[in-house]
Design a protein around this ligand. Structure first.
Ligand code: AMP
Ligand code: GLY
Length: 425
């Protein structure tokens, strides 16, 4: 089989590695891929993830048997719709279903209409009305731009002044462009965060191992939000009792809501949850695999990934048992110094020793430069270790992370610490 994966980060590398475990896979093309992914796939750097014409033409001319669209932008732009029109089977939601991520207003209204637990909220299109609303509000409060904003469209305001400034930033200065034309202002929730990614064909659902992201740049969750600096799986806060509550009050109702709205969701639905004192609530939905969560979750999948993805596409997921290993995984992200703000690229990457067998190095932001691997992005590598215990996985991931060299290398030193605290009885 000839496969195509749209995207070029650590998440896509983890997907490609797993797809290749199926012996029927002859070749995987990555559009655009990156320097490290080129060890596992044929990368096509000329075709970016948002170049829908380029992607569809490539899929046609290379007689692709199955495609996976991983990032949010092409999903929201209708990449899956276009591939289907061209007769190419693929994994991912169509544009209508991808609105569950690409429009926060759509997602919030969906949850309200179908009684799915989430933070109380109001939607605003007029900055004056938003500013007025803040006069009677409780703080902290959360402000969200409606559209995709590279995961940065969420502002948490501790005081009325900060909140007013956030309204101006989103709606008047329009730092996230049109995403700020409509904003959601919502209640600030507290509690441990859990990411649950789930395979779904629109009706059946197979939740993956739960995970925990580490979004902030600094140890102890200090500093700016990033794309994610590390992850662990499973998430020890997500007990079997909590999983049952989430299935009954969140997962199945969300699938039903999407069907009833005429946009059944097929693909990987990501539930960003907060376990509040009032029970689990949805913080956000994503219409795709999370990054770095995918780098800890997929290594724990025992069932063949391509078989699962084809069952999702064919609507036969209910007939397939999807199994997970009982192991734990930890991923430590190595970033370029200065990320998520300004950083330098073009730094040569070297390894002081080979990776042990339980560690995988996923490439997120690097490229080949005349036979040398050099940094090309903010998040550069993800080192994932799988082990019988979370403690050992974390230790092995850090040992691997310390065996990588590049100028300006930055990493958090506390990935998994909070999860270990929850594990201690
Ligand atoms: P998002 O981009 O929607 O994942 O939001 C980024 C982060 O902001 C989340 O991971 C949470 O830590 C935080 N956040 C978002 N919404 C809320 C909320 N209603 N209450 C508290 N924290 C929130
Ligand atoms: N790790 C968060 C995300 O993928 O959106």
């Amino acid at each position: 089989m000839k496969l195509l994966v749209v995207g070029g980060g650590g998440r896509e590398h983890a997907i490609i590695r797993k797809l290749k475990e199926n012996p029927s896979v002859e070749v995987v093309y990555a559009l655009p891929g990156n320097g490290g992914i080129a060890e596992d796939a044929v990368c096509v750097p000329e075709i970016g993830a948002k170049d829908l014409d380029g992607i569809v033409n490539f899929a046609r001319s290379h007689t692709i048997d199955f495609a996976v669209v991983a990032p949010d932008d092409p999903l929201a732009m209708g990449c899956v719709d276009r591939l289907h029109e061209a007769g190419i089977p693929c994994f991912g939601p169509d544009a209508k279903a991808a609105r569950i991520e690409s429009s926060k207003v759509f997602a919030k209204n969906l949850m309200k209409k179908y009684g799915i637990p989430t933070a109380a909220y109001q939607v605003f299109t007029d900055p004056k009305a938003a500013l007025e609303y803040l006069n009677g509000a409780q703080f902290p409060i959360v402000l969200k731009a409606d559209g995709l904003a590279l995961g940065k469209g969420v502002l948490i305001a501790r005081t009325p002044d900060e909140a007013r400034q956030a309204v101006r930033t989103l709606m008047e200065d329009r730092v996230f462009g049109a995403a700020g034309d409509e904003i959601v202002i919502e209640e600030f929730l507290t509690g441990p965060e859990v990411s649950v990614l789930a395979f779904t064909d629109g009706t059946a659902i197979a939740p993956m191992a739960s995970s925990m992201d580490h979004k902030r740049i600094g140890d102890g969750d200090a500093g700016l939000n990033t794309g994610g600096m590390g992850a662990v799986a499973p998430n020890p806060y997500y007990t079997p009792e909590t999983a049952k509550i989430c299935m009954d009050t969140i997962f199945l109702p969300t699938l039903r809501a999407m069907r009833e709205e005429g946009c059944p969701f097929k693909g990987c639905l990501y539930f960003g949850l907060m376990l509040t004192p009032d029970g689990p609530k949805v913080i956000e939905y994503n219409c795709r695999f999370g990054d770095p969560e995918t780098q800890v979750v997929l290594p724990l999948l025992k069932t063949d990934l391509l078989t699962v993805m084809r069952a999702v596409e064919n609507g036969t997921l209910s007939e397939l048992p999807v199994e997970w290993s009982g192991d734990s995984a930890a991923c430590v992200i190595l970033a370029s110094g200065g990320y998520p703000e300004h950083y330098q690229t073009g730094k040569e990457i070297s390894f002081t020793k080979p990776m042990p067998p339980n560690v995988t190095c996923y490439h997120a932001g690097d490229k080949d430069c005349q036979g040398r691997l050099v940094t090309s992005g903010g998040r550069v590598l993800g080192l994932t270790a799988v082990a019988p215990t979370l403690k050992q996985a974390i230790r092995d991931a850090y040992q691997a992370a310390d065996a990588v060299r590049f100028e300006g290398k930055y990493l958090r030193r506390d990935i998994g610490d909070r999860a270990l605290l929850a594990e201690t009885p």
